[in-house]
Design a protein around this ligand. Structure first.
Ligand SMILES: [Zn+2]
Ligand SMILES: [Zn+2]
Length: 342
């Protein structure tokens, strides 16, 4: 089969490799859509990801496809079913899993290899985090479930309520999902991005207000002026930059909650005003990854049509063009997702 193999920093080859062998509880899936993800772009740029992937390795983790073969012991699935498999599954047994924090599992099993004709889904993911796709849901929509589950969990962590004002900083695929989802939750959304085209797109998805973040201009007074001078109930940082983390904190109302969703480069630090944190009783959250429960909820959201692929995927390319697609995404921050069709 043809597959993308990541060898290191910006080194990716599309080559012929053996179709994976199945263990008794595994599935073999013919990949119909694999989506590019900001994490993949980051891994491509850096050459590794401590927790998710160590090269040389098969690459890509957001996928939907058809089961073509099942292991001898698999009972709940059969060949021919359309499925979406998450990129990880928790152990259900460790300190964190027992506390419902499966995203922080000490033994989280990751699976990569979506940019390929076939992918092996290991038994633990088959048992705990693989789902049949309803007939009317496209492969592209189903493949959105993984990032959407992360966003869903991130938003739930803020305790957002209908009518709350939510500022979303950063309007790439993840920030845009926050915009859309915050609207589904009945919030008033202030979208903050660097380009007018991003704001236009956010407003099409329901954002109530848009602010351009230009270099050297403090956006906090504008955010406050849109919230009777108070600041927002919830701020979501989906940029992944220390300066943006700091700005997000300053745009909160008293008692407000920030979610530092965007992971920053290793060894970076932030400066926060202790008096502001204390006397305004601010809550700081930082969400990472998803749980099986959120994957299921995300699938319900795409099944009900609340989340549409067309809002987050703006390009379709064959697997042979993956290297060019990665390079393009690397140089165009905030670009939407590409659907890779292997
Ligand atoms: Zn992803
Ligand atoms: Zn665990």
């Amino acid at each position: 089969m043809m597959a993308a193999v990541l060898y290191g920093k910006e080194h990716l080859e599309i080559e012929s490799v053996a179709v994976p062998e199945l263990g008794p509880g595994d599935l073999l899936v013919r990949v119909r859509t694999a989506l590019t993800c900001g994490t993949d772009v980051k891994v491509f740029r850096r050459g590794y990801h401590a927790r998710m992937i160590v090269p040389p390795a098969l690459f890509g983790h957001e996928l939907a496809g058809d089961i073509v073969k099942v292991g001898d012991k698999v009972k709940q699935f059969k060949a021919g079913q359309r499925v979406v498999a998450a990129n990880s599954a928790p152990c259900f047994n460790c300190f964190y899993c027992r506390r419902g924090l499966e995203n922080l599992c000490e033994d989280l099993l990751f699976n990569n290899g979506a940019y390929a004709e076939f992918i092996r889904i290991p038994s633990r993911i088959v048992e705990r985090n693989t789902y049949e796709i309803p007939d009317h849901v496209s492969y592209q929509e189903a493949a959105l479930v993984e990032p959407l589950a992360c966003v869903l969990r991130g938003l739930e962590e803020t305790g957002v309520m209908p009518g709350d004002s939510v500022a979303v900083m950063g309007l790439g695929p993840i920030g845009s999902m926050f915009v859309r989802l915050a609207k589904v939750y009945g919030a008033r959304v202030i979208a903050i991005g660097r380009r007018q085209s991003q704001l236009d797109r956010a407003q099409e998805m329901g954002a109530d207000e848009g602010i351009i973040a230009a270099d050297g201009v403090d956006i906090v007074p504008t955010v406050k002026s849109l919230t009777s001078g108070r600041g927002v109930d919830v701020a979501i940082e989906a940029v992944g930059h220390p300066a943006a983390w700091q700005t997000a904190v300053r745009m909160l109302r008293r008692g407000g909650t920030v979610n530092f969703f965007g992971g920053c480069p290793t060894d970076t630090k932030v400066n926060l005003d202790t008096n502001l944190l204390h006397y305004s009783e601010l809550t700081c959250k930082a969400s990472f990854h998803h749980t099986p429960k959120h994957i299921q909820k995300a699938l319900e959201l795409v099944t009900s049509g609340e989340i549409l692929a067309v809002d987050f995927i703006n390009r379709t390319e064959p697997l042979s063009n993956l290297l060019e697609v990665m390079r393009h995404l690397m140089s165009h921050n905030g670009h939407m997702k590409t659907a890779i069709i292997p």
